[in-house]
Design a protein around this ligand. Structure first.
Ligand SMILES: [Zn+2]
Ligand SMILES: [Zn+2]
Length: 439
């Protein structure tokens, strides 16, 4: 193809319109494989020369370009002998995919703002409306529980959301290296390590890609998968906590608002208006009507409405996000990402036809998968952890040594910024089922 183009190029200025048309026709007839960009360039150069000879054209250039591109796209579909239904489907729906990616990319920031605003609105209600109520009516034990649990949950949500949005998911190296690869990305034109996939929205390859999350405005990959899952988990827990503990308040607020509505309807008198004098509803000499004071205040109404808003929002998000969290928990237990779920199902069906059983090479067993995911190293009881915390003040070196180890409490139930196991480039392909993996 390169020789073919090179042979043509020096003679370009001497060609006539019919010769150029013939060249393009010959090019297709030869059925030589080439990249669409080169063909488009050839078409463009031919068109420009034709236009230059014919003088000004009435049709705008961009329409001609689009038309040439569409023709080229159509011809390329049956030009390539490897064309199948997937290629045709991708080509036909390319504008739809592009539009979805474009909208998701540009609305990512809007989604993030929405998450922050909605969470802050619940926080304001909790501090302004609920906290005084709890302090005035609850027993000291319940006050301690609500204050401690509420703040722990809030810290976990804020920490993991911030880390999930700000942590890079991880990208494969673009320079030459000795990383084992499984394929080459058609869009980035770089080698892809195992579990790496291309994100159309980020427009680059992502290590151990799970999915692109618009609510984070970030891809979920190797380095922020744990933050994403922990955010979903703690946000669900927070919503369920608000929904359950605020259920009675919601019922009271709802019935109070209903009562206020009846009070408004049953209120005696007429509206305060100057028309009252004209139609004879007001006594002679009186210019305005004294409406009886309502039995509730505006503040009461707003408090009840905000409690209803909080309960409805947290219950809805709790159910939706809870389902998503459970789904991701199932995937993590199986040692697969959302993308690998589809790939593994296809492989399973393919192997079934051959009478074989497909095994996910990244499934290390349920408990091991969770340990790898959270970066849990070894079990350690709370007592030992408390001792290590005390030693932090007395013997800092011992504390530093104890920090080398981790466990379920410090890495799962407390904010932890540790990096995940592995670099996301190399993966142990076969499971170790005899013992737990010492991560
Ligand atoms: Zn790519
Ligand atoms: Zn992405």
């Amino acid at each position: 193809m390169a020789n073919y183009i090179n042979n043509l190029t020096p003679r370009k200025s001497m060609l006539t319109a019919s010769q150029i048309k013939h060249m393009v026709h010959e090019y297709y007839r030869c059925r030589m494989r080439c990249c669409p960009g080169s063909v488009l360039h050839l078409l463009r150069s031919a068109r420009l020369q034709l236009c230059a000879r014919r003088g000004r054209s009435r049709v705008p250039v961009w329409i001609k370009d689009a038309w040439a591109y569409m023709r080229l796209l159509l011809q390329s579909l049956y030009f390539n002998s490897l064309t199948d239904s997937d290629v045709v489907f991708d080509s036909v729906f390319e504008p739809v995919f592009w539009a979805v990616d474009y909208v998701t990319r540009w609305f990512g920031l809007v989604f993030v703002c929405l998450v922050v605003i909605l969470t802050c609105s619940i926080l304001v209600i909790a501090y302004v409306v609920l906290l005084p109520l709890i302090l005035n009516t609850y027993s000291p034990a319940w006050i301690a529980w609500h204050v401690c649990y509420g703040h722990w949950n809030l810290i976990m949500i804020a920490f993991h959301y911030y880390k999930a949005t700000k942590t890079s998911p991880g990208y494969p190296p673009t320079e030459k290296n000795d990383t084992p690869i499984v394929s080459v990305c058609k869009k980035c034109i770089i080698p892809k390590p195992a579990r790496t996939h291309h994100c159309g929205i980020c427009n680059r390859c992502i290590l151990k890609m799970d999915h692109h999350c618009p609510w984070l405005n970030n891809c979920v990959g190797h380095f922020n998968h744990r933050y994403f899952f922990s955010f979903c988990l703690f946000m669900t827990l927070g919503c369920v906590y608000c929904s359950i503990s605020g259920r009675n308040l919601f019922l009271d607020a709802y019935s109070a608002l209903e009562r206020f509505k009846h009070l408004d309807v049953d209120k005696p008198g007429v509206p305060v208006t100057g028309m009252g004098v004209l139609i004879g509803l007001l006594p002679h000499g009186q210019t305005n009507y004294q409406t009886p004071a309502p039995t509730y205040t505006f503040k009461d109404k707003m408090i009840n409405k905000s409690i209803i808003y909080m309960w409805v929002l947290t219950s809805t998000v709790g159910v939706a996000l809870g389902a998503l969290t459970i789904w991701h928990a199932i995937l993590i237990s199986r040692g697969e990402t959302s993308i690998e779920r589809h790939i593994n199902r296809k492989e399973m069906k393919r192997m079934e036809k051959w009478g074989k059983v497909y095994k996910n090479p990244f499934n290390y067993g349920k408990l091991n998968n969770w340990k790898v995911f959270f970066g849990v190293e070894k079990k350690r009881c709370l007592f030992v952890h408390a001792l290590s915390m005390i030693s932090a003040f007395l013997l800092p070196p011992i504390f530093l040594l104890s920090c080398v180890y981790s466990h379920w409490v410090t890495r799962v139930l407390l904010p932890s910024g540790h990096t995940p196991h592995g670099d996301g480039l190399k993966w142990n392909a076969f499971p170790v089922k005899t013992d737990l993996i010492p991560v």
